[in-house]
Design a protein around this ligand. Structure first.
Ligand code: FUC
Length: 781
């Protein structure tokens, strides 16, 4: 039974924690750790993209690591601006027939103007994701530190800073525990009573900061207003400073610690969004008090165990050289020169680390920046862009054995149905539900930003394919039964809104866009872009297949089959390319190297275009990708890694991986995407999708799985002649371990999780496999 807490007992509880906190020995070594998955630096962070991210899916912190001035920038994943709102535009439906007429008459500019004037959401923006604030620590006399090292250990999910001042080694450890829902900071000095510092709690929010007793900060605030929508959330952040052997004093909004051996700071944050019955205070307090009952060692051990439960499922080895001992920000340069193969392993595992740290069951899905954002008005509001970016965040989730971390996204899809049904009704007079190119915490679904970016009705449908993928990897029929009505609703919307285009009588979306790419009329508005048809075809097929598996809804499936036959085919244009639009416009499109490669959705993430059965389209997709070229923003490069892997060109995929790992902070950097010093992906600016997209791309180079077939080493680059991977997941419910030598498969071990059969493909060899649930088979060729 949880005890009822008064303010006094809360403080007493913090005192009890102080008494039981043991003193851990300080970490002495400033030498690089070998064979470890560590990002490390010999300097503190000078800017935000140097700082190191920790998180538990809900709470996040960026750690700067200055010896004299530490900064922990804090986030909570439901702290968005605004409150529930209705941006649907009652004018939109009236304008719809006219917009369609203009498009079918080829009057695209007029259609663009009409859509912009009459059919967009109000407000025309969605709500930004906002930071909580910063805990700042100031250490007098620590300006001249030696033996400095700051690191993030991916294996333990703990960030550490250590340095010497005079004879004393100072150490800081920071982690965010998913078990106890607090941010934990431990500070130690290895000479008795050597630790002196002062702490402040600061925030850009409308908030008050006060101290409670001599060792507790209370930050109480409300979220921001944005684009005319008033803030409706309140939040509380608490920090307790526990100092065995020393004393702490509250002075002037500061907490000052004197002559301590060590200190532990626990930070709890709660926001009134949905879960807290409007009482974030009680939640934050409960988290802090419950965590305070454990010793630091218990908090740490529980945190590490829970992190490793997920993180240890996959092991990758692509080789290692001494370049791996360099500070992390010197390594991209070495990677570009082919001298540091281990950096690809680190980047791959960093992607998995970031996903575990930003998306756990019950949290919000990872947004454009995961959960890490320090700005009140971040780029693109740091929300969900679902015309590529949000989906890309989840490309590696199943294949790299983190299926549970998919839950926040899958839940978000079902939460979109409510507003999405309203948008379908108000904007289109349609049944079912729709979501355009963005959403936010409030699950808004109407078209935003303007017709060039936002008038795209296929975002919700793309997200629905994730419901199906989760089933494909897990064979979880209970999940499919819950997901099916969501998929069906998305399909119903298209049954009501697809229209016949005059030339071929195909059924198409209209108005729509091929995301953000202008066609020769200088606008994006059009009918039936290729990507829409590909997504709708996937959605329909996945609905039909789900209904079959669940043994339901025969009539609805027949209807989908009929309509599916009337969707446009994919077309090959005059350059031999896969056409991006219904018309063969690619050659005259104003931005031939546009970052979005939307029509290649059919090649990846979908499987409609593949080397097994669609040779002409496969060649056309390759041509399109060649014409698009190798330049791009961070996520665009990451998409191309996956695409070249599907095209079975490992060396080209590797070239794109090199581009994705270019140091944007280097003087000679020439633009396009790359990485910051903390290996966050640079669009630029920071966008986390490129991290996840590259992680997915590395899997696609090593293994692909479709239609009952698992293909081993389909795109192994010559840069990785020897290596191994353990624990990748394949469709159908398999775990795959691979060892390769001299650029050829040595052996594979296939573990069946659910007892289904499959065929293994390696080059031209096909091996059928029938395995019982839980059984494994070794394959040697
Ligand atoms: C889309 C992209 C941009 C950016 C933004 C968040 O609009 O075209 O490049 O990634 O989303």
């Amino acid at each position: 039974m949880p005890r009822k807490l008064t303010r006094r007992s809360f403080l007493t509880e913090a005192g009890i924690a102080a008494a039981t906190l043991p003193l851990a020995p300080a970490i002495q070594s400033a030498a690089p750790q070998h064979d470890s998955l560590v990002l490390w630096y010999d300097k503190p962070a000078a800017e935000w993209t140097d700082a190191l991210p920790v998180g538990n899916g809900r709470l996040g912190a960026m750690i700067f690591g200055g010896p004299a001035n530490e900064q922990l920038q804090l986030n909570e994943d439901t702290l968005y601006a605004g409150s529930p709102y209705d941006p649907n535009n009652p004018e939109a439906l009236k304008a719809l027939p006219e917009a369609r007429r203009l498009i079918f008459e080829g009057k695209y500019k007029e259609a663009h103007d009409l859509v912009g004037a009459k059919m967009m959401a109000n407000p025309i923006k969605q709500m930004p994701y906002e930071p909580v604030g910063d805990l700042k620590l100031s250490f007098p006399g620590h300006d001249n530190a030696t033996n400095y090292r700051r690191q993030l250990d991916l294996d333990t999910a703990i960030a550490t800073v250590s340095y010497k001042v005079g004879p004393t080694t100072f150490t800081r450890e920071v982690f965010v525990t998913p078990v106890d829902q607090v941010i934990v900071v431990k500070l130690t000095a290895d000479t008795p009573h050597g630790l002196n510092f002062s702490a402040t709690f600061e925030t850009p929010q409308k908030a008050t900061v006060s101290t409670d007793g001599n060792n507790v900060f209370v930050l109480r605030g409300v979220n921001g207003d944005a684009f005319g929508i008033k803030g409706g959330l309140n939040f509380e952040a608490l920090a307790v400073v526990v100092t065995p052997g020393g004393e702490s004093m509250a002075e002037d909004q500061k907490i000052v610690v004197r002559d301590a051996d060590s200190a532990v700071i626990l930070i709890a944050v709660a926001i009134s969004y949905k879960n807290t019955n409007g009482n974030p205070r009680a939640i934050a307090r409960n988290h802090l008090v419950a965590a305070g009952r454990k010793t630091f060692e218990q908090l740490r051990a529980d945190h590490v165990r829970e992190h490793q439960r997920l993180f240890h499922r996959v092991k990758l080895d692509l080789g290692r050289t001494s370049a791996a001992d360099l500070p992390t920000d010197q390594r991209p340069e070495q990677f570009l020169q082919g001298l540091d193969p281990h950096l690809a392993t680190l980047y791959f595992q960093y992607g998995r680390y970031l996903l575990i740290s930003s998306s756990r069951p019950g949290t919000q899905p990872a947004n454009l920046q995961g959960i890490w954002n320090h700005l009140m008005t971040p780029p693109w509001e740091s929300k969900y862009t679902i015309n590529i970016n949000t989906e890309m965040n989840y490309w590696p989730v199943e294949t790299t054995n983190l299926s549970e971390c998919h839950e926040p996204l899958l839940r978000m899809v079902s939460e979109l149905v409510e507003n999405g049904s309203r948008t379908a009704r108000v904007h289109y007079g349609a049944r079912g539900w729709v979501c355009h190119h963005n959403t936010d915490l409030w699950r808004q679904t109407a078209p935003i930003d303007g017709p060039l970016w936002g008038f795209w009705p296929t975002g919700g449908a793309w997200l629905c394919t994730h419901l199906w993928h989760h089933y494909e990897f897990t064979n979880d029929k209970k999940f499919l039964a819950r997901a099916y009505p969501v998929m069906k609703g998305a399909a119903e919307f298209f049954l009501d809104t697809l229209v016949e285009e005059p030339r071929h009588k195909w059924l198409v979306t209209c108005p729509s866009i091929s995301p953000e790419n202008k066609h020769p009329s200088g606008v994006a508005i059009c009918a039936g872009p290729t990507m829409d048809t590909q997504i709708i075809r996937d959605l329909f097929k996945q609905c039909i297949r789900s209904a079959e598996i669940l043994g339901i809804d025969k009539d609805f499936s027949s209807k989908l089959r009929e309509v599916e036959k009337r969707l446009p085919p994919m077309q090959i244009g005059k350059e031999g390319q896969l056409q991006e639009w219904l018309d063969d416009w690619d050659l005259e499109a104003p931005e031939r190297q546009h970052r979005h490669v939307s029509h290649l959705y059919g090649l990846f993430p979908s499987n409609q275009i593949n080397h097994r059965g669609t040779a002409d389209l496969f060649a056309a997709a390759k041509k399109s990708l060649e014409l698009r070229g190798d330049v791009g923003t961070g996520w665009s490069l990451a998409w191309k890694i996956n695409l070249w892997a599907r095209l079975r060109d490992g060396d080209r995929a590797y070239l794109l991986l090199q581009k994705a790992l270019s140091p944007v902070y280097a003087k000679e950097f020439r633009g396009g995407g790359g990485v910051y010093r903390n290996l966050f992906d640079a669009h630029p600016p920071f966008q986390i999708d490129g991290n996840f997209g590259a992680t997915s791309g590395i899997v696609e180079m090593l293994m692909q799985s479709h239609e009952g077939e698992i293909e081993l080493l389909p795109a192994l680059p010559s840069a990785w002649p020897n290596g191994s991977v353990r624990g990748l997941r394949a469709r159908g419910g398999f775990e795959v371990d691979l060892v390769w030598k001299n650029s050829a498969l040595d052996h594979a071990i296939i573990h069946s999780i659910t007892g289904t059969s499959c065929t293994i493909r390696y080059r031209t060899t096909l091996i059928p496999l029938k395995l019982r649930r839980g059984a494994a088979q070794k394959i040697v060729l």
